[in-house]
Design a protein around this ligand. Structure first.
Ligand code: BEZ
Length: 220
């Protein structure tokens, strides 16, 4: 199991783009590593198609996509034809799909769902969304079961939040959307907050404590 803040495990594996070494592939880049239970399945196909359609959004954020599915590379290459033919809005799938037929990578990353089994009784990989920072550390982890396709607007939203927080001592509130105010991190003293965010405002509470400090999004 990989926890937030851990350096993610390395592996070398076959993919639709040839052999990949994960650490080399993601070195210095924001990465979304997302897993799939199986090739030629409906929900997985919709997700890989959606990821391809949203490739410009990920590229704009400097996020490299790396998919994984628990079949071999020959199966992936056959599936790719279906995906590019009918699921990706005519776009090429620019990201590699890593082969993991023995689930060794899924096991290393803690992607398996013990409650969801294939016909052979082996645990399916969940629909993991791992956002990994340029330092190869796990920044965000969401696990969906095989029955629930991922929310890509939410994935883009959390990437925006993570990238903002990486730039400055701010955090984003519940349901935050890009362009809305952010909150100054609790670790920042009022003195530093005034210097860093001169226009910040404080929400008044019955307790008199000034712990919600809102500010416009800091410019890069
Ligand atoms: C699917 O992608 O549709 C799927 C895969 C495995 C189990 C259930 C659904």
């Amino acid at each position: 199991m990989v926890h937030l803040g851990d350096i993610v495990p390395d592996f070398t594996a076959q993919s639709t783009q040839g052999e990949v070494n994960f650490h080399k592939l993601i070195d210095g880049k924001w990465t979304m590593f997302f897993s799939h239970p199986s090739d030629f399945t409906p929900v997985c196909s919709s997700e890989l198609g959606t990821a391809a359609k949203l490739q410009p959004e990920f590229s704009q954020r400097g996020v490299k996509l790396v998919a994984l599915s628990c079949n071999d590379v020959d199966s992936h290459l056959q599936w790719l034809k279906d995906l590019e033919g009918s699921m990706s809005g005519g776009r090429k799938i620019e990201y590699p799909i890593v082969a993991d037929p023995d689930r060794s990578i899924a096991t290393k990353f803690g992607m398996l769902d013990a409650d969801e089994k294939d016909k052979e009784g082996r645990a399916f990989a969940a629909r993991a969304v791992f956002i990994i920072g340029p330092d190869k550390r796990m920044k965000l982890s969401i696990l969906y079961p095989s029955s629930t396709g991922r929310s890509f607007p939410e994935i883009l939203r959390v990437i925006d939040s993570l990238q903002l927080a990486a730039k400055g001592p701010v955090a984003t509130p519940a349901d935050w959307q890009p362009g809305e105010e952010v909150m100054i991190a609790p670790s920042v003293s009022d003195e530093d907050a005034k210097r860093m965010f001169p226009d910040y405002r404080v929400i008044q509470f019955a307790s008199g404590k000034a712990y919600v400090r809102k500010t416009k999004v800091p410019q890069a």
